[in-house]
Write a protein that binds this ligand. Structure first.
Ligand SMILES: Cc1ncc(C[n+]2csc(CCOP(=O)(O)OP(=O)(O)O)c2C)c(N)n1
Length: 565
């Protein structure tokens, strides 16, 4: 018996292991949504904005390590996904986006709600497909999932013409993958491994960089073992926090613009960098001309396009981080670097940047303190999802995860609005985990409409809103680099209590430092989504900070306690 293209779509998704998807219907996908009713195995979560659906699917993918799926109609529905697609692309997140498209005979005619999604999404997807016949559906879905999750993961778009959803086909059996020329590498070349091992054996001041690729390849354990055996400290990127436990003595915490001062000092003084699955983003390197000047560089990445793109490597190992480390491990002897680690610990002692005790005790609520309280109450075990801004950097500094897959944030794209929907997706993926969204008042207002989705679906997320009445991160830049000329950063905020109430979510307003732990407990005990509205000090800055383009060790440091307000 023949099946419609829409039926083949759902059956193919189920075959790929999909059990939940996010989206909003519309004219060009009504046939697909109609057929979905026949597959009760699939849970559909109706978002209020396609951007949120995209970010929910992304949060789901990052928390579950499965492929996320979001679906939208053509035209405005599809273009509303674009920011979410870009976020997934920049952070190598495996999400399959399905968009309705006008009937194939209308393509290119400016038909109602026609948008060239192939053209629009080309630079921000790993791959995209246009389906014009039901015969293509099974094959396309199979390949889309394979591409999204294999090698360096990424978003894949399937643009699905309406007539192909309706028309019938007898091609729905599990197809073979036929992707000529697409062979993600796993193992690096043996002669290069030997060169890398030699550099590691010779080095006196080595450092490991753990990038997002460590989490993607599930190599946290291998990295930790390798670091312990070779006695190499580990610096992490924003996206790999938790890939080795933050409390591990070899952990240097986060590198880069708002990274630990001693971490950046270590990088600048290292004689060897072993960079694992990271892409040397400008937020990480600072001035490239003076970056890690004395260090030989070994770059491990599954994507050959990343090699020598920003930082020239002495040895490049193209392969999966986990496989490469497994191969490299037996080639490198146990080592000690006592002098080097003593030096790093000296730098560590000299900085009180991340010392909560040294925070100003001026009666104001401050964000580091709040995040530290959430960390203490949840024992560092929660899955934290952040929005973008100052609170994101403070969360990275003060919520120190012990486990991988515990810190989800929009890194490469840095997209405000990500926190709430991604937290919803993460909680759907990991219902057994405590999920906290840490958001700013600016970013929260970009996607707060989807609070209702969390309420309706009974999704237990706890939201810590850092309400400083500013677009804080931009304000900080204006304070530091534009002589405090505040342009378009002051926020007049709505009554968030009424917003929470309107959506049916729990709420508490917090104004004094002593109220924080009880509020966190209140959120944990109250069923359903809860919004904690922290009225924090308005003009605080994130320290340390490497100004854009400055040398990595030229950080603006936190003023001494007596100089603080
Ligand atoms: C979609 C989007 N628009 C604009 C920006 C630029 N931007 C980066 S941080 C920021 C301010 C964030 O303010 P808020 O959400 O209140 O968080 P805070 O920095 O105060 O913690 C802005 C406007 C962005 N990153 N993303």
């Amino acid at each position: 018996m023949k099946k419609s293209g829409a039926e083949v779509l759902w059956e193919s998704l189920i075959r790929e292991g999909v059990d939940v998807l996010f989206g909003i219907p519309g004219g060009a996908v009504i046939p697909a949504f109609d057929a979905m009713l026949n597959y009760p195995k699939l849970k559909f979560i109706l978002a209020r904005h396609e951007e949120c659906a995209a970010m929910m699917a992304d949060g789901y993918a990052r928390a579950s390590r499965k492929v996320g799926v979001a679906i939208a109609t053509s035209g405005p529905g599809a273009t509303n996904l674009v920011t979410g697609i870009q976020v997934a692309f920049m952070d190598s997140s495996p999400v399959v986006f399905i968009t309705g498209q006008v009937a194939s005979n209308l393509l290119g005619s400016d038909a109602f709600q026609e948008t060239d999604m192939t053209g629009i999404s080309l630079p921000i997807t790993k791959h995209n497909f246009l389906i014009t016949s039901p015969d293509q559906v099974a094959q396309t879905v199979r390949e889309a999932f394979y591409i999204a999750r294999s090698g360096r993961p990424g978003p894949v778009l399937i643009d699905f013409c309406k007539d192909a959803q309706v028309a019938k086909t007898d091609k729905f059996d599990p197809p073979e993958i036929r992707l000529l020329g697409y062979h993600p590498p796993e193992h690096a070349a043996p002669e290069k491994l030997e060169k890398a091992a030699e550099l590691i054996r010779k080095s006196k001041r080595p450092i490991i960089f753990a990038g997002h690729g460590v989490e993607i390849s599930g190599a946290g354990k291998e990295v930790q073992e390798f670091a312990e055996r070779t006695n190499m400290p580990v610096a992490m990127t924003l996206l790999s926090l938790g890939s080795i436990p933050s409390s591990h003595p070899l952990s240097l915490g986060m590198m880069g613009m708002h990274g630990e001062a001693y971490c950046n000092q270590s990088i600048q003084n290292a004689d060897l960098i072993l960079a694992l699955g990271m892409r040397f983003d400008d937020r990480v390197t600072g001035n490239l001309k003076t970056y890690a000047p004395g260090a030989a560089k070994i770059h491990v990445d599954i994507d050959p396009a990343e090699i020598n793109k920003i930082v020239k490597s002495d040895v490049s190992l193209v392969g999966d981080v986990k496989m490469v480390l497994k191969d490299l491990n037996p080639m490198v002897a146990n080592a000690r670097h006592d002098d080097w680690l003593a030096q790093i610990n000296q730098w560590r002692k000299e900085t009180d940047d991340h010392d909560i005790v040294a925070q100003p005790n001026n009666g104001y609520l401050n964000v580091p303190q709040i995040i530290n309280d959430i960390w203490r109450v949840t024992k560092g075990e929660a899955l934290v999802v952040t929005d973008v801004g100052q609170h994101q950097m403070w969360a990275a500094q003060y919520y120190q995860p012990e486990k991988p897959y515990s810190f989800i944030t929009s890194g490469g794209a840095g997209s405000m609005g990500f926190g709430l929907p991604a937290a919803i997706g993460a909680k759907v993926a990991k219902p057994e985990r405590e999920v906290w969204a840490i958001v700013g008042d600016g970013g929260f207002q970009m996607t707060q409409m989807d609070l209702i989705t969390a309420v309706k679906e009974g999704i237990e997320i706890k939201i810590a809103l850092m309400n400083n009445h500013f677009l804080g991160m931009v304000r900080q830049w204006q304070e530091f680099f534009f002589e405090k000329r505040y342009s378009a950063v002051q926020l007049r905020n709505p009554d968030f209590g009424k917003i929470a109430e309107a959506h049916g979510a729990g709420y508490r307003r917090i104004e004094k430092p002593g109220e924080v732990p009880a509020a966190v407990e209140f959120a944990r005990k109250t069923p359903g989504p809860v919004l904690l509205d922290f009225h924090v000090q308005q003009e605080e800055a994130v320290y340390p900070m490497v100004p854009t383009g400055a040398d990595l060790h030229q950080m603006i440091r936190r003023p001494a306690p007596e100089e603080r307000k």
